[in-house]
Design a protein around this ligand. Structure first.
Ligand SMILES: Nc1nc2c(c(=O)[nH]1)N[C@H]1C(S)=C(S)[C@@H](COP(=O)(O)OP(=O)(O)OC[C@H]3O[C@@H](n4cnc5c(=O)[nH]c(N)nc54)[C@H](O)[C@@H]3O)O[C@H]1N2
Ligand SMILES: Nc1nc2c(c(=O)[nH]1)N[C@H]1C(S)=C(S)[C@@H](COP(=O)(O)OP(=O)(O)OC[C@H]3O[C@@H](n4cnc5c(=O)[nH]c(N)nc54)[C@H](O)[C@@H]3O)O[C@H]1N2
Ligand code: SF4
Ligand SMILES: [Mo]
Length: 751
């Protein structure tokens, strides 16, 4: 345990008191535990990326505390503070396992790796490289994802490289790339401290990014004039500190955001000087348009029409738009309520539209800012190009110039990279279900619980004619049931590497202890895999993750991602550095696209802003019409089912369920029903409620509250015994290919 029982009780009491005010539990640094030494690292969990100090005694981790020098200023939330027992859980897999006669049985590394490679080679020989693939994670280290992606794309010429960020941040990536020409946020956490309006839409920050929420609450406390607007169909803990909580019909954000833009242009609250200089207006067919065309496009979105579509009162839309535009600095924060939608990319565009329209960008406190879910979805997967259409540092597979540049950097013959993007996540798992994908390597993710429409994809995983090699730490993860070989990795602080969090901040996860049993650092497993597959040893000349980091810095250097200046030595010394960071004496970048702040802009550049991701240096305001969800409620399935998170659990629960305090606070999944609906159906707290969608049905215990609006039910998805993803739908955004986890239609009845 990281903290004593007495300390814990004290903190939990504090935590519930805080929670009542909507402020999450947060713990300051400075626990006086006797340790041999402290190792600097980053929390294992969310994309907030809190710095931690790992306390080691007698070669064991005995405690963690917040790193006072990182952005979290020494604070950790409960999940972060209670991470230690997970390392020593009895479910740790400590030796390779091979499935024999249906049962996973211990094997040697050599035996396991030979089997994996035989299956991959066999599939490639019979069906070509399109029949194999890699499925990774925003929780793997940057070096791990870079390496896996390189082995498949450069070594095997196979672009079937995907990962769970497709379920998570793909729409945000699509939004940034279409609006600004480059991925990743322009602002940083510092903006929270300067914002006078915080516009939070589709993010339950208080439960999912608790330490950032603490910073938001502190901002409000410091200046009561700061306005917090929360746009979420549920009255979450985040909404409880809001000046305005705006509930609405799920899936109608596009209408609401266009409605706000309508009010802004009608009331002349836009910043004409800004958008006339720095913005291109573009319709849905990528045709250049004028500001006047935009005003015309917005005529369809009067607050009254928005009210009909979304249920948001017209005056509320007017009020929100005014506060957004008239505040001296507005920061938008969003997460899965926006991204996990069939129009996730458009919703992202519309948030940025509001900033570009009002000039709330590139000034302290004024920025659109997507919250990233996982600790390393940004640093690992997005930046290294760990998806099927990408190459490292923002390069694209379909662009010949980008391929040629990577061929040079990787020492490959010109035009040797495979020019065809691979299968995206849902296509990949569909191909497995259809028998087209024959061998898959899965790392640090638990798709047998986290994919939508699970019955379909679990059937695919269960097929006898395919092969799944899984690198996984815990024997009770659902995907273990479907693995043919399980390889045991070193966990979290048992190996060294880099995490990059929501604000472009890279920080080192230091190695504190040796891994148990036969567990190995994943980079060693991957290099071994590559060499046995016959990949040119010159492509994988690494002894450890530091060697890979060095190469990765060089690969980023010719691009605007440039973190050449973020050396391993600096990472050891400093508590995180934000890219771009071109030289070793560069302090890192707070704000992108602004002269004097962003090192990619020449000092003598004639204008203040330069959106260099776009050929004309202008960001884009997109005309994106309203479109509803893939599966709207109807007479047979009259409710909306939405899914999401609770503060004390991480995703599929394989880690947080092993911490008694966290397990006890949410032992199993439940269904949240509105007081009004419950009354109509005679449902009381604790009653069994049957949910039935077009895909499957399941019974949950009811929690009746004022959180959901009538017509909406919510189920958290951490519980491996109540797999809500059997009910969710796998409709995807046609741009980002991200599934619409947040909305499907369901029947609700008392069971
Ligand atoms: N405690 C905890 N923290 C985590 C995680 C975890 O598992 N547990 N996971 C991390 C990861 S990977 C991620 S991606 C983030 C997710 O962080 P969040 O996105 O903040 O969390 P969710 O609960 O998935 O969903 C957020 C909100 O979207 C709302 N929502 C549903 N439908 C709509 C809609 O149509 N429009 C709008 N505007 N909102 C809607 C829901 O009511 C919910 O409150 O959390 C990260 N942090
Ligand atoms: N219904 C519903 N489903 C969702 C979502 C939702 O909002 N609603 N959100 C989606 C989102 S945003 C995301 S990000 C995904 C996340 O989905 P997953 O990535 O599938 O969920 P995790 O539980 O984080 O899985 C991580 C796995 O890696 C293992 N692990 C932990 N540490 C290590 C390590 O060091 N090495 C290795 N090799 N393995 C390790 C864990 O035991 C666990 O099995 O889920 C998506 N699914
Ligand atoms: S806020 Fe996120 S990164 Fe920070 S301690 Fe909590 S779980 Fe870890
Ligand atoms: Mo996520």
């Amino acid at each position: 345990m990281g903290i004593s029982r007495r300390e814990f009780l004290k903190y939990t009491a504090a935590s519930s008191a805080f929670m009542a005010m909507g402020v999450p539990f947060a713990m300051a640094a400075g626990q006086n535990k006797q340790v041999d030494h402290w190792v600097k690292g980053v929390c294992r969990f969310c994309g907030t990326g809190c710095g931690v100090m790992v306390g080691v005694k007698n070669k064991k981790v005995v405690t963690v505390k917040g790193d006072p020098n990182n952005h979290n200023a020494g604070f950790l939330c409960l999940k972060g503070a209670l991470m230690v027992p997970i390392i020593y859980a009895k479910e740790r897999i400590t030796q390779p396992l091979i499935r024999k006669n249906g049962k996973l049985t211990p094997a040697s590394w050599d035996e396991a790796m030979e089997l994996v490679v035989a299956k991959f080679k066999d599939a490639i020989a019979k069906y070509g490289v399109k029949s194999v693939g890699y499925y990774g994670s925003g929780q793997a280290l940057t070096e791990e994802t870079y390496l896996a992606s390189k082995i498949f794309k450069a070594g095997l010429k196979c672009n079937n490289v995907e990962g769970n960020p497709r379920l998570c941040m793909a729409s945000a990536v699509g939004g940034y790339v279409t609006t600004f020409g480059k991925d990743e946020p322009c602002g940083s956490y510092d903006d929270i401290d300067a914002a006078t309006c915080l516009f939070i839409i589709g993010s339950n920050t208080s439960e999912c990014h608790p330490i950032l929420f603490k910073r938001i609450a502190a901002r409000k406390q410091a200046d009561p004039n700061v306005k917090i607007i929360v746009v979420d169909p549920r009255r979450t803990n985040t909404a409880r500190i809001a000046d305005m909580h705006v509930p609405f019909k799920p899936g109608t954000d596009l209408a609401i955001l266009n409605g706000m833009a309508h009010v802004i242009v009608q009331e002349e609250l836009d910043d004409y000087r800004f958008h006339s200089k720095y913005v291109t207006f573009m319709d849905n067919n990528k045709q250049k348009k004028t500001f006047e065309d935009y005003v015309k496009f917005l005529e369809d979105y009067t607050p009254e029409k928005v009210e009909q579509l979304s249920g948001v009162p017209a005056d509320t839309t007017r009020k929100m738009a005014k506060i957004f535009a008239e505040s001296s600095a507005t920061m938008s924060l969003w997460c899965m309520g926006i991204n996990q939608r069939i129009r996730g990319v458009w919703a992202n565009n519309l948030i940025s539209n509001l900033h570009l329209l009002t000039g709330h960008i590139g000034k302290p406190g004024a920025t659109p800012f997507s919250l990233t879910g996982q600790p390393n979805a940004c640093g690992g997967v997005r930046d290294t190009g760990g998806l099927c259409h990408m190459l490292p540092a923002g390069r694209l597979i379909k662009k010949k110039a980008h391929r040629n540049e990577m061929e040079k950097l990787w020492g490959l013959p010109q035009d040797s990279l495979n020019p065809k993007p691979g299968l995206h996540t849902i296509a990949m798992w569909s191909a497995l279900a259809e028998g087209k994908l024959k061998a898959l390597l899965v790392l640090c993710t638990n798709p047998a619980q986290s994919l939508p429409n699970l019955d379909k994809y679990r059937q695919g995983m269960a097929r006898k004619d395919n092969f799944i090699a899984l690198i996984e730490t815990f024997s009770d993860a659902e995907t273990v049931k479907y693995a043919d070989v399980v390889l045991p990795p070193a966990y979290w602080c048992e190996r060294e590497g880099v995490f990059g969090c929501s604000e472009r901040r890279y920080a080192l996860v230091g190695k504190a202890i040796d891994p148990p049993g036969q567990c190995k650092p994943t980079v060693n497993i991957l290099v071994d895999f590559a060499l046995r597959m016959g990949v040119d040893p010159k492509l994988v000349p690494y002894k450890n993750s530091a060697d890979i980091w060095k190469e990765w810095r060089a690969v980023s250097r010719p691009t605007p991602y440039n973190f050449w200046g973020i050396t391993r030595e600096r990472l050891r010394r400093e508590s995180g550095i934000r890219w771009p960071c071109p030289t070793e004496d560069h302090p890192g970048t707070r704000i992108r696209y602004v002269r004097g702040e962003d090192p990619n802009i020449p000092k003598d550049y004639k204008k203040k802003y330069f959106f260099y991701g776009k050929p004309d240096g202008r960001a884009v305001i997109w005309f994106r019409p309203y479109k509803g969800a893939a599966e709207e409620p109807d007479q047979t399935y009259p409710f909306v089912l939405t899914t999401g998170r609770v503060i004390d659990h991480w995703h599929t629960g394989t880690m947080t369920m092993k911490v008694p305090e966290l397990r006890r606070s949410f032992p199993k999944a439940y269904v949240e029903v509105s007081t009004e609906d419950a009354k109509k159906m005679g449902i009381h707290n604790g009653d069994n409620v049957l949910l039935e969608t077009r895909r499957d049905k399941m019974v949950f215990q009811a929690r009746v509250s004022d959180v959901c609006r009538p017509g909406l039910v919510f189920v958290p998805w951490f519980d491996a015994h109540l797999l809500i993803n059997k009910l969710t739908k796998d409709a995807i955004d046609k741009g980002s290919k991200q599934p619409e986890f947040k909305i499907c239609a369901t029947k609700v009845s008392k069971a």
